[in-house]
Design a protein around this ligand. Structure first.
Ligand SMILES: [Zn+2]
Length: 85
């Protein structure tokens, strides 16, 4: 650690380094619509893919490092992931 401040980089792209997988909605089992990906992180670049359910179940984030899918809650949409809606 050098003590240098690492700038918070936030990059949105529709052409991420890792191909966004096809994911079924955990709520209604329909196919989620891929919107775009978020590249960022503090120590290494991570990729999150943002999906929206066409049946209005909500917005979902797929984290590539863990392979987990979770739904964005209201307060998280204000913290960056969904601000470009
Ligand atoms: Zn759904």
């Amino acid at each position: 650690m050098t003590g240098e401040r690492v700038p918070r980089t936030t990059t949105w792209t529709t052409t991420p380094p890792a191909r966004p997988p096809t994911i079924a909605c955990p709520e209604c089992n329909g196919l989620l619509t891929y919107e775009e990906s978020y590249l960022g992180g503090t120590t290494s670049t991570e990729q999150w893919d943002r999906y929206r359910c066409p049946a209005h179940c909500g917005t979902f984030i797929h984290r590539h490092r863990t392979g987990r899918l979770r739904r964005l809650e209201g307060d998280e949409t204000a913290s960056g992931f969904d601000r470009r809606r």
